[in-house]
Design a binder for this molecule. Structure first.
Ligand SMILES: Nc1ncnc2c1ncn2[C@@H]1O[C@H](COP(=O)(O)OP(=O)(O)OP(=O)(O)O)[C@@H](O)[C@H]1O
Length: 427
């Protein structure tokens, strides 16, 4: 299973140019997260920092207890082997055929026999739909196939974390849709932690469990997809709708008077933006892509439900509503949120508010940098121990997440659940 990646107060500059500062977030194990942001906001720099190719000046990146900003070169090398990275162009060697390209990390980093290498290479090529293309050179295949080959190569060392740098760049919408399905299918099969940097709004709306956004050297938000997809934060709304009106300008930012005037005019219905974002925009919840028929369910889905229900009370109302509405009746009962039991906002059809915690159970802490808890009914708590899938209660001595008990690798959960939802920065 994938590992958790904990980023704390991370800051990166080049000389006097601050790229971003005080970035704090946690990539939950096995979940798919997307990082958005206007061009030049440092998304690629963030990916390179995660994999230890760039050294941030301040802060921590903790993976299985190791802070890779402070560890030895040898330890960093070991941690890096746990990553797979899909670079924008696949980063293939032009003179090698696809088979040799994909076999390269195995030949470089392991002592496996050629027979074993062959078995692994063909297995990964089959996973990405490239079986039969072993002898092709990168220059002889389409951009989509090159990305698939790059992905197969990223998979050969069985990574626990996979970073995707704009996997959809240069692809047409149909190829992008296939690649997005492939990403979800791979996650279902290997349960690794995925982080995708993209500009494609369709990808951002349909693939991830979590979305983050960088803007003006800050992480504006990071949290469950429902938070950003229902957000009224101007910069998030503008980006997800691909509009010209809003805080994001041609050269990154606009002056605040212009932003205010545009937003006022838009609210009055005066401004039209005939263009549309790549990948189709719009806010609101759209269904997440599910694994293809015949594949296992994504294990992260249940873990995420348990996790998100624990922080539900820290999320904005619209996100709470969307999350509760996505639960089945049985799940609502399990998590202690019942139809008609909450106060709601008095609107017909509005989803129920969560009920209070079971007696004796204190509410979870509010997130650092997050919104204050909503007044009124108390948040739901994780299911009683007897109902947890396995692995014990939150905060138990084992420190494991529900569902990660026996068999799986033990993962520390973040000490601060608020790192799973951050709202900060300026917009
Ligand atoms: N090695 C480096 N040395 C100096 N500056 C760098 C270096 N790498 C990146 N930068 C600068 O960091 C800033 C952020 O770059 P980055 O490529 O991470 O942005 P991005 O958000 O990924 O952009 P895009 O969406 O266009 O790919 C840019 O101003 C870039 O010039």
């Amino acid at each position: 299973m994938g590992v958790e990646v904990v980023v704390e107060d991370l800051s990166k500059s080049f000389g006097r140019q601050t790229i971003w500062q005080d970035v704090t977030l946690t990539l939950p194990p096995g979940e798919i997260s997307v990082l958005l942001g206007p061009s030049g906001t440092g998304k690629s720099v963030f990916l390179k920092s995660l994999v230890g190719l760039l050294k941030p000046e301040r802060g921590k990146i903790v993976i299985s207890g190791t802070d890779i900003c402070r560890c030895s070169e040898h330890t960093l090398y070991e941690v890096r082997r746990r990553f797979g990275v899909l670079f924008q162009d696949g980063a293939l060697f032009g003179s090698m055929d696809l088979y040799d390209n994909i076999a390269f990390p195995l030949r470089e980093h392991t002592k496996k026999s050629e027979a074993e290498i062959r078995r692994i290479v063909l297995e990964k090529m089959e996973m990405v739909g490239l079986l039969g293309a072993e002898k092709k050179l990168p220059g002889e295949i389409s951009g989509g196939m090159r990305k698939r080959a790059g992905l197969a190569r990223a998979l050969v060392l069985d990574p626990e974390i996979i970073l995707f740098d704009e996997p959809d760049s240069g692809l047409d919408p149909v190829r992008t849709a296939y690649l997005n399905q492939l990403i979800v299918d791979l996650n279902a099969q290997i349960d690794a932690t995925f982080l995708i940097v993209t500009h494609d709004i369709g990808t951002a709306r349909t693939v991830p469990d979590n979305i983050g956004m960088l803007f003006r050297r800050q992480l504006v938000m990071f949290g469950p997809r429902e938070v950003l997809l229902t957000s009224t934060e101007p910069v998030v709304e503008q980006f997800l709708n691909g509009r010209r009106q809003g805080p994001i300008g041609m050269s990154e930012e606009k002056d605040s008077a212009q932003v205010a005037a545009e937003l006022a005019e838009m609210q009055a219905g005066g401004l039209q933006d005939p263009g549309g974002p790549k990948g189709g925009g719009g806010t609101g919840i759209v269904p997440q892509i599910e694994p293809s028929p015949g594949l296992p369910e994504r294990k992260a889905v249940q873990r995420r439900k348990d996790r998100v229900m624990q922080i539900l009370h820290t999320l904005p109302p619209a996100a709470q509503d969307a999350i509760i509405a996505s639960l089945t009746e049985a799940e609502r009962a399990r998590y202690g949120v019942f139809a008609g039991a909450g106060v709601g906002r008095g609107q017909a059809g509005s989803p129920p508010r969560p009920q209070g915690p079971p007696p004796g159970r204190p509410p979870s802490p509010a997130p650092r940098g997050g919104q204050p808890p909503r007044p009124g009914p108390q948040p739901p708590q994780p299911p009683p121990v007897a109902q947890l899938p396995e692995g014990g209660e939150w905060g138990s001595r084992s420190g494991e997440l529900p569902g990660q008990g026996q068999g799986g690798q033990s993962q520390r959960r973040p000490q601060d659940p608020g790192q799973w939802f951050r709202r900060g920065g300026r917009s």
